[in-house]
Write a protein that binds this ligand. Structure first.
Ligand code: NAD
Ligand code: UDP
Ligand code: UDP
Length: 332
């Protein structure tokens, strides 16, 4: 049997949607996990089931401030990720991306830790290349409502790359495409959580524009597997790696799938398309396949079923309430 090398791993944004799944997986692998979060969009409830575990520690901290801890690896996920959350306080969003990255890179440099940066497909903006390959530089508005997030994440990629070049750091950049699953924020305004909550509440599903825009949705378990593989890849990939599911679907079609899978009587209602809403987005994942032997396995209907089950159970137990922190009321 392969012997476990037990590592001390820092996960920033660990009480959020992706971070909580990542902490869970790393704890299950036997690592010592330090979860750091300021609970801006995440919640203690997401990691409550890990608190009794001797391998898990939770710290309230804002990554825009320095952090002095001794660790072997850093997964830097801290950042609001949904448009309504990151646009609520755009200056703080850029600070979190940029100052947060500087602090985590400074920490990695001091303790010689490996760092994985959670970047995003938003660095491609309203892409003119389809599907998006890692060598495409993107088409991003620097002064629009999404810029605090897009440009913040682009700058974080620049910092990671310069710390690698200038200080010899081992840095891995994951360009994460739309991901969904249990523990998504119930009112984050993202399409899957919105449609599921609307369908379960018997309200109309709000399709923006004519619903012909496309996205590709990766189930959270597949994504986490990709992130851990990227961190553990023996050789530094030397550049960003796309992680996402290439199965493309229109917003109208995903609305119909969710209505069918929930058995909801909800109709579809059309609303204006938000400013700078990217038209198409699809990851080219050949790089991840080649370097990491990774590709997503969960079919959309299976992932949607488990997401719907999560929201249904949480609603029944009245668990989607106030503890969703200061961002909870934004979408009301
Ligand atoms: P999330 O909002 O659920 O998680 C982000 C976490 O970071 C939250 O727990 C929040 O409280 C915390 N946080 C925010 N600002 C912080 C700060 N200054 N200091 C400490 N903690 C802070 O979002 P998520 O979907 O889990 O996203 C996690 C990461 O993955 C983000 O960096 C996001 O940009 C990236 N990402 C996610 C997706 C996706 O589809 N979910 C796609 C692309 C990229
Ligand atoms: N830093 C940190 N923890 C550490 C080391 C550094 O939070 O263990 C932060 C600190 O705020 C510093 C930043 O990381 O300003 C960048 O560190 P670096 O060593 O690259 O540059 P410095 O600003 O110290 O010259
Ligand atoms: N969207 C929609 N109805 C909603 C929420 C989102 O039609 O209630 C659309 C949105 O305009 C976008 C797509 O769904 O075209 C994905 O939006 P999301 O905010 O989930 O992610 P992102 O735009 O960051 O890919």
């Amino acid at each position: 049997m392969k012997e476990l090398i037990r590592k001390r791993i820092l996960v920033t944004g660990g009480a959020g949607f992706l971070g909580s799944h990542l902490c869970e997986r790393l704890v299950a692998q036997g690592h010592d996990v330090l979860c750091v979060d300021n609970f801006y969009t995440g919640t203690k409830r997401n990691v409550a089931h890990l608190l009794d575990n001797a391998n898990f520690e939770l710290m309230r901290h804002d990554v825009t401030f320095p952090l002095y801890v001794e660790i072997d690896e850093i997964y830097n996920l801290a950042c609001p990720a949904s448009p309504i959350h990151y646009q609520f306080d755009p200056v703080q969003t850029t600070k979190t991306s940029v100052h947060g990255a500087i602090n985590m890179l400074g920490l990695a440099k001091r303790v010689k830790a490996k760092l994985l940066q959670a970047s995003t497909s938003e660095v491609y903006g309203d892409a003119r290349v389809h599907p998006q390959t890692e060598d495409y530089w993107g088409h991003v508005n620097p002064i629009g409502p999404r810029s605090c997030y897009d440009e913040g994440k682009r700058c974080a990629e620049t910092l990671c790359t310069d710390y690698r070049r200038q200080h010899g750091l081992d840095v891995r950049i994951a360009r994460i495409f739309n991901t969904y699953g249990p523990r998504m924020h119930p009112r984050d305004g993202r399409v899957v959580s919105n449609f599921v909550m609307q369908a379960l509440g018997g309200e109309p599903l709000t399709v923006y524009g004519d619903g012909s825009q496309t996205r590709c949705f990766c189930y959270v378990d597949d994504l986490i597997d990709g992130m851990i593989r990227l961190m553990n890849a023996p050789a530094d990939p030397g550049g960003p790696v796309n992680l996402g599911n290439p199965h493309e679907i229109t917003m109208l079609d995903i609305a119909k799938r969710i209505v069918e899978l929930t058995g909801s009587p909800s109709p579809v209602e059309f609303r204006p398309l938000p400013v700078d809403d990217p038209w198409h987005r699809k990851p080219a994942i050949e790089r991840a396949e080649r370097l990491l032997g990774w590709r997503p396995h969960t079919a959309l209907d299976d992932g949607l079923r488990s997401t719907i089950d999560y929201f249904r159970r949480a609603l029944a137990a009245d668990e989607l309430g106030d503890e969703f922190g200061m961002a909870a009321d934004l979408a009301k």
